[in-house]
Design a protein around this ligand. Structure first.
Ligand code: GLA
Length: 374
């Protein structure tokens, strides 16, 4: 394919993207889907470089924000459907498996969801009804196209206790199971329903997830897959931790989806401690070493090696993994430019800010191509 000059969506920078002979999705075909997140700009303007990258390299896609309750339905009876509809059509027309993210999450959910017109907290029954209406709305508007849903996101803490969110406060400790029952009743038959969380190598959370899934299965509460976000760093979690936790989670009999993969190259270890409000950290020389996009070749290689090792581990478990989705396409799209340090220039993904591929992309593709079934 000849060199095409396209625009990346987030920075209006000229793109250096050229389609390569081999794509990520082909390198992993037959093993698991390879996904990426998209945003409203990308699904509206298909000439953008990162949209082109999704078409060429990815077999699944997730909207980063547009289906979350807040952006989707900010006020009662107000719906922002343009981005979601564009997404459903784009994925449908390009043979890409779309993922609905997310039905029920404590964050990015407006206050009105939990309150009546007088501002009082809803009763359990009223909130369950509101959740049912949301699931039903999704089914009516997207049910013909979107068949994979993150049903509940981040409802379990690191120590394995239930998150004391408003969902939990109003509905009670059976909030998660009620959400899955509602999703099962309202979404089209055969939809994949996922419980999704971060820190899925932390013992407390993983033990609780396993217990919950086994309990759901014993009582016929419908759940299909476990979502492992995968917001990881260069050193954590270790390959051994990933291996052991995937084995334990897959032993429930549910499929695993890696839902939000990125590697925080700049790291976090020195940036937070107990009780520190990490969001308030500001970029400085030490935590933002490559502010001008001058990511060194050696760093690109090291990032690629970390990704390659992780994908080797995914392949080891491929029979239990349906999908691996990256949280973003190019480094310009990444939330890690503003979290946990605001205003830094991070390099977590496989494509540079100008949409040119990193060495890491080649390394990940090669791991897929060279894999031999044991
Ligand atoms: C969480 C959510 C995602 C996204 C990421 C980071 O993991 O599930 O929707 O907000 O954080 O941006």
């Amino acid at each position: 394919m000849s060199l095409i000059t396209l625009m990346t969506s987030s920075c209006n920078m000229k793109s250096e993207y050229t389609a390569s002979e081999m794509s990520l999705k082909d390198a992993y075909a037959g093993k698991f889907l390879i996904g990426a997140t998209m945003n409203n700009d990308m699904v509206a303007d298909h000439s953008l470089a990162n949209t082109q990258i999704v078409k060429d390299h990815f077999s699944s896609a997730t909207m980063d924000n547009s289906f979350k309750w807040g952006p989707f339905n900010p006020e009662p009876n107000v719906y922002n459907l343009t981005g979601p509809k564009n997404f459903a059509n784009f994925t449908h027309n390009n043979g890409i498996t779309p993922v609905g993210h997310v039905l029920f999450w404590h964050s990015q959910t407006p206050d009105w969801v939990f309150k009546d017109s007088e501002g009082n907290l809803l009763t359990r029954e009223a909130l369950l009804q509101r959740m049912r209406e949301r699931a039903k709305f999704m089914a009516e508007n997207f049910g013909d196209k979107i068949k994979v849903w993150d049903v509940v996101n981040e409802a379990i803490e690191d120590d394995g206790s239930l998150r004391r969110s408003l969902y939990n406060k109003i509905i009670g400790d059976d909030f998660i199971e009620q959400a899955f029952i509602i999703a099962n009743e309202e979404l089209p038959a055969g939809s994949t329903k996922i419980y999704n969380d971060y820190g899925m190598t932390r013992k407390g959370r993983v033990d609780t997830v396993i217990k919950m899934v086994n309990d759901f299965k014993a009582r016929n509460i419908p759940i299909d897959a476990i979502g492992i976000q995968g917001h990881w760093s260069m050193t954590s979690p270790s390959l051994a931790e990933i291996d052991a936790n995937f084995t334990a989670l897959a032993a429930t009999g549910l499929q695993l989806h890696i839902t939000e993969l990125d590697i925080d190259y700049l790291g976090r270890e020195n940036l937070w401690g107990a009780n520190v409000d990490i969001k308030k950290r500001v970029a400085n020389k030490e935590n933002n070493p490559y502010p001008d996009g001058n990511f060194p070749a050696s760093a690109d290689k090291a990032l690629g090696a970390r990704y390659a090792a992780i994908f080797g581990m995914f392949l080891k478990h491929h029979k239990n993994i349906d999908r691996v989705t990256f949280w973003g396409v190019t480094d310009a799209d990444s939330w890690l430019n503003s979290w946990p340090v605001s205003g830094r220039t991070n390099y977590p993904l496989l494509f540079n800010r100008d949409a040119s591929p990193k060495e890491a992309l080649t390394q990940v593709i090669n791991v897929g191509l060279n894999y031999k079934e044991k």
